[in-house]
Design a protein around this ligand. Structure first.
Ligand code: FAD
Length: 376
């Protein structure tokens, strides 16, 4: 049961144009209501704290607050369009955006590095949850001298309002692509991924050429607010789902979600978990509407004693998942391409054990637009 309390809290009303300042104000003042905090949990841009001036930004107000307060967003015109924005900026004429912050998301024991990158697009490159931006890294394409690099796509990890709730930023969740020599097993920096390293090495204020937004496959269907959504992610594949979940549980928007959101996240170990505190907070605040299952391949064992992958979690909960799918739930898969064969094999095996024909079921799911896959 949700309790209602009247509480007093501070709302930041920034008046300047400084986005980093606005963000830090928002974080520090809206994050906690009483003993509740919605936990953005990303210590953005600590430097801007020094820049924060007096209390001129703070307004106090009393509100009738449900225990699950949501954050106000603007501009609400971003709710008005019937169709998602598509390819507003093309590779020949990209938009020059500015890096706001780059933050390492993973702990010291994570293999590799994944960063949360906030980009200021000034409201000029609007997008919907589940879409991607293209990024053109600086420099020359080695395969086409004199030409820029090819565009790399990145799923957007924020809602259309961005992490500062003002519709001016987009966040990406980027894993550095590194190359290990198969013979020596050592990293070869000369073969590091160009765009992911450019993004993870960038600094606040750096410029970044972006294209898009693109993609319709992973848009969150909002026609039925009671619909259920099963999200299967490996690694950075969690990006679109972070956007969905913020829209469902964090932001006060026209979409009033009343269904179940169930996230399965597969990573190597607990240090590799992404946005874990943010998701854990939804578990506390929305226990009837959110489920969150983690598969840590290098830390947990599946029932046969092997590594725990997302498909093992899918198998564990297959009765519930199949029931939800039969009732019309959407299922989404996002992450490395290699995740799909193991998942498909598991779903097929489970279906057969249940006396169902997986191929028929899959084509029905696709026909009903319940099946959404974006792997790379
Ligand atoms: P590249 O420079 O393109 O290199 C690619 C790979 O080749 C690297 O692993 C590199 O180490 C290796 N390599 C380089 N030189 C050599 C050589 N000489 N020999 C052998 N190997 C070599 N990625 C994310 O991190 N987060 C996302 O949210 C995300 N979303 C995506 C969404 C979509 C729809 C798609 C299609 C892709 C997405 N990607 C995402 C992947 C992303 O687009 C890039 O492919 C990825 O970041 C690697 O690009 P890069 O420029 O860093 O590497």
């Amino acid at each position: 049961m949700a309790h209602s309390t009247v509480s007093q809290f501070s709302v930041a009303v920034p008046t300047g144009n400084d986005i980093s300042l606005r963000r830090s104000v928002l974080k520090r003042n809206i994050v906690s209501f009483g003993n509740k905090s919605w936990a953005s949990n990303l210590s953005f841009d600590l430097k801007s704290r020094n820049a924060q001036k007096s209390n001129q930004y703070i307004v106090c107000m009393s509100v009738q607050q449900a225990s699950k307060s949501k954050v106000g967003v603007s501009p609400l015109e971003l709710e008005a369009e019937k169709e998602p924005p598509l390819n507003l900026f093309k590779p020949k004429e990209p938009y020059t955006a500015t890096i706001v912050s780059v933050e390492r998301l993973v702990g010291p024991k994570a293999p590799g590095e994944t960063c949360h990158i906030v980009i200021d697009h000034g409201g000029n490159v609007p997008y919907w949850e589940g879409q991607s931006y293209g990024v053109i890294p600086p420099g020359e394409n080695p395969k086409k001298p004199g030409s820029p690099h090819n565009v790399r796509l990145y799923s957007i990890a924020s809602t259309r309002y961005g992490d500062s709730f003002d519709g001016k930023t987009a966040s990406l969740c980027v894993r550095r692509a590194v190359y290990y020599d198969p013979e020596t097993g050592k990293e070869d920096p000369s073969k590091s991924g160009i765009c992911s390293n450019f993004l993870c090495n960038s600094k606040p204020g750096d410029k970044v050429q972006i294209t898009g937004p693109s993609g319709k496959i992973m848009l969150l269907p909002e026609d039925n607010p009671n619909a259920n959504h099963i999200m299967i992610a490996t690694g950075t594949g969690v990006a679109p789902f972070r956007g969905y979940l913020r829209r469902m549980f964090m932001e006060d928007v026209t979409f009033k979600f009343r269904g179940l959101a169930w996230l399965f996240l597969g990573v190597a170990n607990s240090d590799s978990l992404l946005y874990d505190e943010e998701f854990s907070k939804y578990l506390e605040d929305y226990p009837d509407q959110f489920r969150y299952d983690r598969a840590l391949s290098r830390e947990q064992k599946n029932k046969s004693g092997g590594k725990m992958y997302v498909q093992d979690k899918i198998e564990e909960y297959s009765d519930e998942i199949f029931k939800l799918l039969d009732e019309g739930a959407h299922i989404y898969f996002c992450g490395l391409r290699g995740m799909m064969p193991g998942i498909q094999d598991t779903l097929k095996r489970v279906a057969e054990q249940r006396g169902e024909n997986w191929d028929e079921k899959l084509s029905q799911l696709k026909k009903n637009k319940q099946w959404h896959v974006e792997v790379y």
